[in-house]
Design a protein around this ligand. Structure first.
Ligand SMILES: NC(=O)C1=CN([C@@H]2O[C@H](COP(=O)(O)OP(=O)(O)OC[C@H]3O[C@@H](n4cnc5c(N)ncnc54)[C@H](OP(=O)(O)O)[C@@H]3O)[C@@H](O)[C@H]2O)C=CC1
Ligand SMILES: O=C(O)C1=N[C@H](C(=O)O)C[C@H](O)C1
Length: 270
């Protein structure tokens, strides 16, 4: 069964996520929503070098919310745009769409609205939607149990233009019971896609657990994994940890799932 997807955001990350969705045989990109008029009415697939037409681009201010979602219903909305988009896709939920939000730093009112939507549909929210960062979180929690007296610092590194503190790093601090203001250290240099390091300081040695996203395709693969997982879920709010729980518990073979992440998925030609 093909999963139909509506994508919010076609920027640094959304444009790469769109390519991953188009490349996935089990998914169909129905539309892309963006803020500016750039490429409005064109197809994301054509802009990304495909021959076929998939993922028509719309400008958010030019759509009639209710009519658009009524006539362009999708199974899952994936959000790589901004905090405020939640005010828009609440209309889509009326037509049964589920939500996978990757927005890393919601403002308080918008995160409340997102949680409100989870009363009507299944919502998965993750500030870092890669499979690997969830392994880092589990490993860090395990190490903290083994070495409860270690000093712990979190270092997050991103591209120079990233304004906000990494939502992932804040989540890691929360999971480890650390003061987010005191123990998250941000570095902004060059074009770093995303690196998170948890440093455990012991009297005579240091242990570091590091996750690095080398390509924004990692976020697309994580969002697609989450979209496939959420299809079978009832109304409620979910995390990426929950979506990966079978893999994390060893009950599911990552190798089997890793095919989605590491195999060269043949590009659609039709
Ligand atoms: N959870 C995760 O693992 C990850 C999360 N992120 C998060 O994804 C978000 C986007 O990151 P990034 O791609 O670097 O940002 P960019 O600024 O490069 O792209 C943002 C995109 O969203 C569009 N946009 C902004 N506001 C709206 C809106 N209200 N409705 C529809 N479209 C909108 C913009 O439109 P236009 O192009 O027309 O201006 C643009 O295409 C950030 O919150 C970032 O933290 C990023 C990577 C991984
Ligand atoms: O803005 C980004 O690009 C990223 N944001 C997320 C965050 O703030 O944690 C995740 C990823 O590291 C990339």
């Amino acid at each position: 069964m093909t999963i139909t997807i509506g994508l919010f955001g076609f920027g640094k990350t959304g444009s790469v996520v769109a390519k991953e969705i188009i490349n996935d045989f089990e998914c169909e990109l129905k539309w892309v929503m963006r803020e500016s008029a750039m490429h409005e009415g064109e197809y994301a697939s054509k802009l990304l070098g495909f021959d076929h037409s998939e993922g028509k681009i719309y400008r958010i201010e030019n759509i009639c919310m209710d009519q658009f979602f009524k006539h362009n219903r999708v199974d899952v909305i994936i959000d790589f745009s901004s905090s405020s988009a939640v005010n828009v896709y609440k209309e889509a939920v009326k037509y049964g769409s589920k939500i996978v939000s990757a927005i890393s730093n919601y403002d308080q009112e918008d995160i409340r609205k997102l949680k409100e939507l989870s009363r009507q549909t299944a919502v998965l929210y993750s500030p870092n939607i890669t499979v690997g960062i969830n392994f880092l979180m589990e490993a860090s929690k395990s190490l903290q149990k083994i070495a409860p007296n270690a000093d712990i610092e979190i270092i997050e590194e991103h591209f120079r233009g990233k304004q906000d503190v990494s939502g992932t790093a804040l989540r890691i601090a929360e999971e480890l019971g650390l003061d987010k203001e005191q123990h998250v250290n941000s570095i902004r240099v060059g074009g770093i896609v995303g690196k998170h390091e948890v440093v455990f300081g012991l009297p005579n040695q240091t242990i570091r657990i590091v996750h690095e996203s080398h390509n924004r395709a990692a976020f697309g693969q994580g969002a697609i994994y989450a979209s496939k997982w959420i299809m079978g879920k009832e109304t409620g709010i979910y995390s990426m940890e929950q979506a990966l729980s079978l893999i994390m518990s060893g009950e599911e073979d990552l190798e089997k799932d890793a095919e989605r992440f590491i195999a060269d998925v043949p590009i659609k030609t039709s």
